[in-house]
Write a new protein. Sequence first.
Length: 91
Amino acid sequence: MKLKWTSKALSDLVRLYEFLAPVNQQAAAHTVQMLTAAPKNLLLNPHMGEQLPGFELRDVRRIIVSQYEMRYEIQASTVYILRLWHTREGR
């Protein structure tokens, strides 16, 4: 399996960092490190996440990493990280 980040997911990482950094730059950096490391588990077990309804023609799933939701899609031998956000965000 390969892992690829979409531009939206990378933008989400930047947004989360920029939200946290003014309050605690060390916590912001730790959060980004945690979120970028978490998908490595998906390479060994890509189906570990909860499959999401509404994406019947695609294999879109989510995992919770600490207090963050990470959505991803499995296509052939690639896991695409689609989006990230804090679970308290209204999405």
